[in-house]
Design a protein around this ligand. Structure first.
Ligand code: NAP
Length: 492
């Protein structure tokens, strides 16, 4: 933890850490209450400040799902223990979870996945013990989507160099803090060479800074396969947002599912700890919910605020409870022997002070990578505009479209190089047998480097706009002598 995430201490009495507690929806209040009771019994020095978010807030017409008082509480305390929040389908505009993650730039989603005693799965006995670190704010989840034509939608996959470096350095710091050895960066760099490739390239650039860590790169689909075939090989795995989302759920499934999966969302301004599961409305208010996932998240929180002793005490009590298998909630108990949330919580409390057969890992404080404030900008040494891609909606055949575009380009300094449809070149030569839709990417190149390429582009766009329906334009650029764009399938 660095100075920026240092939690607020209460002013009076013993130094307590003030934490924003969001009970949330459905089973949230029950599991948050259970965890608060266990932490109090363990002597954790926490001063809770309760705050509201979720369904009730949406119903009051607050579209973000989190009122200003809650945002203020988090900004003050910087540490949050959060119950699940319902994402209403009929009202409210955004997910309150996403609001909180984005508002506080909680860029690192940390999801430990390990075999727990007494939780039987097809993988029991394999010794699964890994952490998935998922980038939490970039990628396809920036939510930048546009309809290109009436029947073609596009979502922007945005990956930045600082965003990649920050999550990779967080993953490396976590590897060291948890005394782990290997960091696997899982990407789809073989297909998405610029975006997923960015993550891989930054990984290769920074890993020499961490000689104690064994670096590995794995293609994400193989990573999913390997996680099922040989999950014990993984130690820490880092991935971009959507890939990380999918493999972290897959990994959780190996050790008992979402009901026992904890997580943290970490950023420079705040850290939020929550179970992976949702509000389970079917069992809400019936004393049936299992608080284990949130308890494991709270143990992560205790370590984050530096209370390693309380974290180990609670963790050991939980492990003893699971090992002995007495008074477990219905979802993890032997058939017919399940008890309620309250009785399970009482059992964990009764086991405080006992030591399990499973030693806790030796953790060191996690130091977040130091990150400059302000707008990140890295000017290239050389930049050259070489042309543009124009996305045009039409139902005409490629050859006819090409003739019209060549006519439009006359006198502009730009020439039509190729036309593609859904990534496959269809002009000048047809590559393969693609099914054509009404969205064509038309690539124009400058005949020679131009002093003012924008003027040529504006002239061409005026000519195209007079006769065609275009949706968007991408400038083709070379940065430091390298093409800043990929070729279409079949383009030479
Ligand atoms: P869910 O709430 O995770 O529940 C799915 C099922 O998992 C439940 O019906 C229940 O199964 C079981 N379950 C989950 N947590 C449990 C626990 N602690 N103890 C015992 N059983 C548990 O998933 P969902 O039904 O898809 O989502 C419900 C709502 O939660 C939605 O509004 C969704 O948007 C929201 N959600 C919020 C978050 C978050 O706040 N981070 C995450 C995911 C979903 P049985 O029916 O077999 O008892």
């Amino acid at each position: 933890m660095d100075a920026q995430t240092a939690p607020q201490k209460a002013v009076s009495g013993i130094a307590k850490t003030r934490v924003t507690a969001i009970p949330g929806d459905g089973i949230g209040p029950e599991v948050v209450g259970a965890v608060q009771r266990i932490l109090a019994a363990a002597g954790a020095q926490i001063d809770w400040e309760e705050a509201e978010a979720g369904a009730a807030v949406f119903k009051r017409g607050i579209g973000s799902g989190a009122p200003q008082e809650t945002l203020d509480s988090i900004a003050r305390n910087r540490i949050v223990l959060k119950g699940p929040l319902e994402t209403p389908v009929d009202y409210g505009e955004k997910s309150a979870n996403v609001t909180l993650r984005k508002f506080f730039e909680l860029y690192g989603n940390i999801r430990p996945v390990r075999e727990l005693p007494g939780i039987r799965t097809p993988f029991s006995g394999r010794g699964i013990d890994m952490v998935i670190v998922r980038e939490n704010v970039e990628d396809l989840y920036t939510g930048i989507e546009h309809m290109q034509t009436a029947g073609a939608a596009q979502c922007l996959k945005l990956i930045t160099e600082p965003g990649s470096e920050r999550i990779l350095r967080l993953a490396a710091a976590l590897t060291l803090a948890e005394g782990r050895k290997k960091l696997t960066c899982a990407t789809k760099a073989n297909i998405m060479k610029l975006t997923e490739g960015m993550m891989k390239r930054v990984f290769e650039r920074i890993m020499p800074d961490y000689p104690a860590i064994e670096p590995a790169h794995m293609i994400i689909d193989n990573c999913a396969h390997q996680m099922v075939i040989a999950p014990e090989q993984f130690d820490v795995v880092v991935a971009t947002n959507m890939n990380g989302d999918i493999i972290s759920d897959l990994a959780a499934g190996l050790v008992g599912g979402l009901g026992v999966a904890p997580s943290s969302n970490i950023g420079d301004h705040a850290a939020m700890f929550e179970a992976v599961h949702g509000s389970a409305p079917q069992i809400a208010g019936r004393d049936l919910a299992n608080p284990t996932a949130l308890l494991l998240s709270a143990i992560m929180m205790l370590r984050h605020i530096g209370d390693f002793a309380a974290a180990e005490k609670v963790e050991q009590a939980l492990l003893v409870t699971l090992e002995e298998g007495r008074n477990l909630t219905g979802d993890i108990a032997r058939k017919g022997q399940g008890v309620g949330t309250t009785a399970y919580t009482d059992q964990v409390i009764a086991n405080l002070g006992r030591t399990s057969a499973h030693a806790s890992r030796a953790y060191k404080p996690l130091t977040l990578p130091d990150w400059p404030r302000g707008v990140w900008h890295q000017a290239p040494k050389a930049r050259e505009v070489t042309g543009l891609d124009v996305f045009i909606e039409t139902g005409t055949a490629p050859a006819e479209l090409a003739a019209a575009l060549q006519a439009a380009a006359e006198g502009t300094g730009l020439g039509l190089k190729m036309i593609e449809n859904r990534g496959v070149q269809v002009w000048p030569a047809l590559s393969g047998q693609p099914f054509l839709v009404d969205l064509f990417r038309c690539r124009f190149l400058l005949a020679e480097p131009a002093e003012n390429a924008d003027a040529d582009i504006a002239k061409l766009m005026a000519a195209i706009g007079a006769k065609h329906t275009w949706m968007h334009v991408e400038k083709l650029q070379r940065f430091d002598g390298k093409d800043g764009y990929t070729k279409a399938q079949g383009e030479n």
